[in-house]
Ligand binder design. Structure first.
Ligand code: ADP
Ligand code: MG
Length: 235
């Protein structure tokens, strides 16, 4: 596996000004997210996971520090370049599943690809392929209310990968699902890594999810401790 597709983070800081005081959501973080792997970010509520994901996914900017996607410095980009980079290279999955209620599974994914500018001929094949990747090819014409929470989240994942991003960021994607369904969702991420070579970074509270990770990043008070897969936690 080449390391130049990894995400490199150096001396990252994110400060919020709240009622006249500074809150350091990220104090000082340096780490490497390996490509083609499942990285799980764990940590208590308020430890900085969402802030970290939003910054890595270029939805938010750090107050200090560097982020490189391989050798590409994404902080130095203009707003326009960064938006374009995010639209083509990054996919997001959220805790609250945000499918369009009136659209079928197929239409939800197709719509996202249309927004990304994909031509019709590509879309047809790719939407079907993405539904197959998440095991929902038979649910193509179902609307969200006709599917379970787990199935809806799988459609959201299919939608997030449809434009072939190199990284998927998922913020507590399994928090509203039972453990069996949650494990299934993570298994789908692992399959996407295997079959599509994407990098997945997800946050979770659930220890069962961490066991499935290739790489665990633990956050505490805006700082991180990194662990390799299955390595016992350092204390
Ligand atoms: N937009 C914001 N304005 C002010 N403080 C924020 C903002 N976003 C996050 N924070 C603060 O930063 C810290 C980390 O929050 P967050 O990244 O949401 O943690 P987590 O996702 O681990 O629960 C918290 O103390 C939170 O209150
Ligand atoms: Mg959060």
């Amino acid at each position: 596996m080449s390391t130049d597709r990894a995400i490199h983070v150096e001396s990252l800081q994110r400060k919020f000004r709240v009622g006249g005081t500074d809150v350091f959501a990220i104090q000082d973080v340096s780490l490497t997210i390996p490509s083609g792997r499942l990285t799980v970010v764990k940590g208590k509520s308020g430890s900085g996971k969402t802030t970290m994901l939003n910054i890595l996914g270029l939805l938010d900017r750090p107050t200090r520090g560097e982020i490189r996607y391989g050798s590409v410095d994404v902080i130095k980009m203009s707003d326009h370049e960064r938006d374009r980079f995010r639209r083509s290279e990054i996919g997001f999955v959220y805790q609250t599943i945000a499918l369009v209620a009136l659209m079928t599974a197929y239409e939800n994914i197709d719509f996202r690809m249309r927004v990304a500018g994909a031509p019709l001929a590509d879309r047809e094949r790719r939407v079907t392929e993405c539904l197959r990747l998440v095991g929902l090819e038979k649910r193509m014409t179902h609307r969200p209310f006709e599917m379970s929470g787990g199935e809806q989240q799988r459609v959201a994942i299919a939608r997030a990968i449809a434009h072939r991003p190199r990284v998927i960021f998922a913020d507590e994607p399994t928090a509203e699902l039972d453990t069996m369904t949650a494990v299934h969702i993570v298994a789908i991420f692992k399959r996407l890594i295997e079959e599509e070579g994407v990098t997945v970074v997800m946050t979770t509270h659930d220890p069962a999810m961490m066991e499935l990770a290739d790489h665990v990043v633990e956050m505490e008070n805006g700082l991180v401790v990194e662990h390799d897969a299955l390595e016992p936690a350092r204390d």
